[in-house]
Ligand binder design. Structure first.
Ligand code: SF4
Length: 101
């Protein structure tokens, strides 16, 4: 069992592993709109999404896998005013379940 002192010194990846995620199969709550060349914002998301949900594929397009999404809204803010992504919260009961609320 972890103590508060242990938690304070954990790496971010270890802290994220404390959470649970319920996948809504086939119904991702965030979608990347079809594109041939990604915008700068989409490319940046492959670096800044804290859950590593965005990846560049071998065709140079940006894809998302929402499993593990923290619902932090970073991608929503970065793509505000564009049609790069379609962002929604997961359906009730699905998505991230934070261990510490
Ligand atoms: S809401 Fe946050 S964690 Fe989820 S995909 Fe966007 S940037 Fe990543």
């Amino acid at each position: 069992m972890s103590t508060a002192a242990d938690f304070a010194t954990m790496k971010v990846e270890s802290k994220l592993f404390q959470n649970r995620y319920l996948v809504d199969s086939g119904k991702p709550h965030i979608k990347v709109r079809a594109h041939t060349t990604p915008s700068k914002a989409l490319l940046a998301l492959t670096k800044v999404c804290p859950a590593g949900c965005y990846e560049e594929n071998d065709r140079g397009q940006v894809e998302i896998t929402t499993d593990g999404c923290l619902e932090c809204g970073t991608c929503r803010v970065m793509c505000a005013g564009s049609d790069d992504i379609e962002w929604n919260y997961p359906r009730g009961g699905f998505g991230i379940q934070f261990k510490f609320g």
